[in-house]
Design a binder for this molecule. Sequence first.
Ligand SMILES: C[S@@+](CC[C@H](N)C(=O)[O-])C[C@H]1O[C@@H](n2cnc3c(N)ncnc32)[C@H](O)[C@@H]1O
Length: 356
Amino acid sequence: MSNPLPATAERLTDVLDDALYEQYIRACDMTYRGTVDMFVLKAAYELGIFTQLAGQPQSVEALAAATGSRPNRLVKFTDMLIEMELLAKDADGALTLTPFARQFFLPPNPSNENLTMEPFVRYAITIMERYHVHLAKVIRGEMDFTALTPWPPKTREDSAFYEEIHRSNNHFVRNLLVAEADLDGVTHLLDVGGGNGDIAIALAKHFPGIERITLVNLPSALDIVRDNVAAHGLTDRITPVALDMYRDPYPACDAVLFARILYPFNAQVCAMLLGKAQAALPAGGRVLIADMLLRDERGLANYDYLAHFLTSVGVDPAMMTFKRQDEYFDVFQQLGFTDARKVERHGHVLYQARKP
Ligand SMILES: C[S@@+](CC[C@H](N)C(=O)[O-])C[C@H]1O[C@@H](n2cnc3c(N)ncnc32)[C@H](O)[C@@H]1O
């Protein structure tokens, strides 16, 4: 009788070591990579390295002169940026931005404004020293999170700060809505908490049958929306209105959209807001909820969500919560919506249902 033990034992060790190695990589990401990535980005942003290289490649010496850096130190730092695939060297040895850095770390411009990390990096490095490094004190209740820009925003400038951050990552949610929203036959859409209008603009262009989109936002954001809509020649179809989406009734319409509005709220708050939508809809009216997923369709945690959640840790009472996504189906049922369905893509999910 053959003894399978040695072979099995050998394989088992490999399997265990493979699994351990995967975990080690994950722990490295958390420990070393977390440290390196954010502090390198912070320094690169403060030195202005990405914007300096946006126009044309430069030698390290020229970059040192432009950023007020010591050349011998900058060489080491840019070598790191090359390892991190943020910089590369051209044929003459000059430093250039990689397409990855151009997309995600240049300030918003027409080619990246719907998908760039730069506004969040700019924000994160200002609050990091005031908040993140003191997180244990925050959790002990010795410190709170206080936003540098007032929330809720009061002036156009305040709203511009928040709307720029929302715009900087609306690419995937906007594309999901354009591809999957069931808006055929809809003539009046209500876009609740509609941001700067980018999503409404994309929907108006894709669905010519929509005659009117009423975009609900805070008073301080309305001129931002108006200017954006006017730049796309859609002033006659998209109207921003100042309503408090939590307190005010919603105007009559035949579809209501909540794009990245409901994801942080518990089922009770969602039911309250969806109830307002239901009251505004006729029979056959539709409701659409587009959310970020806490874990994407591959099972990867959403650190965009977690980064925002982290600031809510230091706010009492905390508005944000971790909700089981499929709770929407329970809420739809409870409110009497029918034909509920969902579709997931690129870290986002779209729920749709109808009022019978
Ligand atoms: C997370 S952003 C979502 C923006 C947009 N729907 C998107 O997905 O890009 C939330 C939006 O709701 C607006 N908002 C916040 N509180 C509001 C309130 N009480 N009433 C109306 N709008 C509000 C904000 O100004 C912002 O435009």
